[in-house]
Ligand binder design. Structure first.
Ligand SMILES: Nc1ncnc2c1ncn2[C@@H]1O[C@H](COP(=O)(O)OP(=O)(O)OP(=O)(O)O)[C@@H](O)[C@H]1O
Length: 561
């Protein structure tokens, strides 16, 4: 019940969204096509009766008619199968598109992608939840629910045939031949309940094992990705052996669980296969005495045997679907866990941010760590247009955290900050170079403006990056090609292009030599004379590039004596 509730919590937003009309229509189409398939199955069941009777009676004409009918039935079956597939896949596509976009929006909103990483590092692999699990959730939910519906309709349709046929079976009890009403129905039910219960019991550990499997596979993939991202550093450290050991550890963990999963699946598979196969002969044995006594023809026996198969198959649907239900539950649990963590991320910035152009004011700002440990207490500050402030403090004191709080991405903070919120840029020590052409990368996060290539070339020249001018259209992983100093100068180019009114620099010139650093700061003051700049850095030479210095240690929280 909890899984069903979680399922509905995850599914409801789509089914009540602006796409709901198309979604419900596609679902209706899929359901109708599946019902038509059940209809064809019922017709095929009656076809058995006539066709095998014709065979037994050596009636060639009836045999030919039966053959033609069979071909027509198969044509109908193929048509409805393709139509059901079409509607179901179209619905899957729309549902996936909507849900993925919706989750992406939530993930990107209010810096949740970052806050999840900072505050809830136990959130494993959000990329896998978004790229894989949403699709699995949708396709498996549709498959299972439609399967369940088709089975129920099929069950009730064939139950009728089976109930009637039960009157043909007479059981010799106490020297008398007795007719038990609905005997074949009860036999099918008992058989299915035993089978379903047995399979549930045998496979009870599967959901947990599936959950672990997904997580371990994702951890293994993630470690491979880390090597790709940090290839050079690993090569410099000659860390291949350590990396190899880590890969092997993660691979072994995934394979170990995989084998535990296989062991469980083997048991369930063996049980289900035996149990499904034997279903076809059971009604034959029950009806054999009357058939050989000539109570009814071959067609009737075949029809009843097929009906027993259909009833049993429908009732045993859970047995066949058992492995899938276990996987489906694991997917629902993972997605629900991710959704809960997304919801639990503190959405609001800790510091109250207010828009005010031309000034930057900080009132009574305090910072602490997620575990409650205080970092900074009661900071007040006022800067005017053109002021350049250098923030200094020992390593690990909280300088970067201060910038995070001022830009609204650190929730464990209080106080107020007012500045021009509409025109602000932050440069980190390691600049972010997004995928795309060099031009896109330099304009990021502003939209690319190819018509301003002349300005861009001029700024590249000012930052002594003129050798990049001819590569503006080139799409490569620039973070792997450019030196860290070049990357930091690219960030200065970006700043000179975007011309923000407020600029936060977090050790963003640490890889430049002092002369180049002074040159880049000079360009900033020359091009953006009115910008308010707050820098974080350790170098003493930085002081003369700023108009003021703030020593954060003065705002250290009081510690108990
Ligand atoms: N997400 C986090 N969870 C817990 N602690 C954190 C987190 N982020 C930072 N810290 C801790 O907060 C403290 C301040 O970190 P911060 O990066 O702001 O220091 P810093 O003054 O910029 O240091 P540096 O000069 O070395 O860059 C450090 O002790 C750091 O370990």
């Amino acid at each position: 019940m909890q899984t069903l509730r979680d399922f509905w919590l995850l599914a409801r937003p789509f089914w009540t969204s602006t796409e709901k009309r198309a979604a419900w229509l596609l679902l209706l189409g899929t359901v109708l096509m599946n019902l038509c398939l059940v209809g064809v199955n019922i017709l095929t069941n009656f076809w058995n009766l006539h066709f095998y009777n014709a065979l037994q009676a050596l009636d060639y004409d009836a045999f030919l008619i039966g053959g033609a009918q069979f071909i027509l039935l198969q044509l109908a079956l193929a048509t409805f199968t393709v139509a059901a597939f079409h509607f179901q896949q179209k619905l899957t596509l729309r549902w996936r598109r909507w849900s993925t976009r919706n989750t992406l929006q939530q993930w990107l909103q209010r810096h949740r992608y970052l806050k999840l990483q900072l505050n809830a590092p136990e959130t494993d692999n959000p990329d896998q939840r978004i790229a894989e699990d949403i699709y699995l959730f949708i396709s498996m939910s549709l498959k299972l629910s439609l399967g369940l519906m088709t089975s129920l309709v099929s069950l009730f349709s064939f139950l009728h045939i089976l109930w009637q046929a039960s009157s043909l079976v007479m059981l010799p009890i106490g020297g008398e031949e007795i007719i038990i009403p609905g005997l074949l129905v009860w036999a099918a039910m008992l058989y299915s309940i035993l089978g379903t219960g047995g399979a549930f019991w045998l496979g009870r550990a599967l959901p947990r094992l599936n959950f672990i499997q997904q997580k371990r596979e994702a951890d293994f993939r993630f470690s491979l990705m880390r090597l790709r991202e940090n290839a050079e550093a690993v090569a410099q450290y000659r860390g291949e052996a350590e990396e190899d050991a880590r890969f092997n550890r993660r691979l072994s963990a995934a394979l170990e669980n995989f084998w535990a999963l296989v062991k469980q699946q083997k048991v369930v598979l063996g049980y289900s296969t035996f149990y499904m196969r034997t279903a076809t002969v059971i009604p034959m044995f029950i009806m054999a005495p009357q058939f050989f006594a000539g109570a009814f023809p071959l067609g009737r026996l075949t029809q009843i045997s097929a009906a027993f198969g259909e009833v049993h198959e429908a009732m045993a649907y859970l047995v066949r679907a058992f492995l899938e239900i276990a996987e489906w539950k694991a997917v629902v649990d993972r997605l629900m866990g991710f959704q809960k963590r997304l919801d639990s991320v503190k959405g609001e910035p800790g510091v109250q941010l207010e828009h005010q152009p031309g000034r930057l004011e900080i009132e009574n700002l305090s910072l602490w760590l997620p575990d409650g440990k205080p970092l900074l207490n009661g900071l007040n500050l006022a800067l005017q247009s053109g002021d350049r402030l250098l923030v200094q403090a020992p390593s690990g004191f909280g300088k970067s955290t201060l910038i995070r709080a001022l830009t609204g991405i650190w929730s464990d903070a209080s106080g107020k900050a007012t500045y021009d919120l509409g025109s602000v840029l932050t440069l980190a020590q390691k600049p972010y170079l997004p995928l795309g052409s060099l031009r896109d990368m330099l304009w990021y996060p502003a939209p690319t403006r190819p018509e301003q290539d002349a300005t861009l070339s001029h700024i590249l020249q000012q930052c002594q990056l003129e050798h990049l001018t001819e590569h503006l259209d080139k799409e490569i992983d620039w973070s792997q090609t450019l030196s860290l100093g070049e990357q930091q100068r690219c960030a200065f180019v970006r700043t000179l292009l975007i011309r923000p009114n407020v600029l936060f620099l977090d050790e963003s010139s640490s890889a430049l030599d002092s002369a180049m650093e002074a040159h880049c700061y000079g360009l900033l003051t020359q091009t953006l004379p009115d910008a308010i700049i707050i820098s974080v850095g350790h170098r003493a030479s930085l002081e003369q590039l700023h108009t003021e210095t703030l020593y954060l240690e003065e705002y250290a929280p009081q510690t108990a004596p």
